[in-house]
Design a protein around this ligand. Sequence first.
Ligand code: HEC
Length: 134
Amino acid sequence: MMKTGGWTMALWLCAGAAMAGAPSTLYTAQQATAGQALYTQDCAMCHGAKLEGEAGPALTGPDFSSAGSDNTIGGIFSIISQQMPANTPGSLTHAQDEDAMAYILQQNGYPASTTPLDYTTSLASTTPLVAPGK
Ligand code: HEC
């Protein structure tokens, strides 16, 4: 169905946005900014300054979440809220979990909006999380 690499990429990105339902309502810019500070302090030593992966896996790009990896917002958010930081699991507040998730979404090309990312909604979300290709 998808013939060329360019088309595949374009359709894939559109599909990601479409499947996300309303990707523009996932998180606010304030959450992503707070998440960046948190990430630098509590996550970068394992996941890399640019989320490229070190001791822990990459948190951006196809290595993190390609269309075939079946990751969802809820699945990734539950890992963050229950297992991360791996050296002190569960040490973050719910607000910090939300901020970290917002930052990861931002770094994977999801746009900010005026609706904050919410802990309970995100945990239950079955929306696919598809990172853009490189
Ligand atoms: C001590 C090292 C360490 C720290 C600190 C850490 N992580 Fe992780 N993280 C890991 C490892 C290792 C894994 C892989 C766990 C596994 O596969 O069971 C992981 C997995 C993840 C995943 C799932 C990735 C995937 O592809 O499924 C996410 C999301 C994540 N971490 C986010 C975070 C966030 C956000 C922080 C900071 C709040 C953080 N991590 C801090 C080591 C760390």
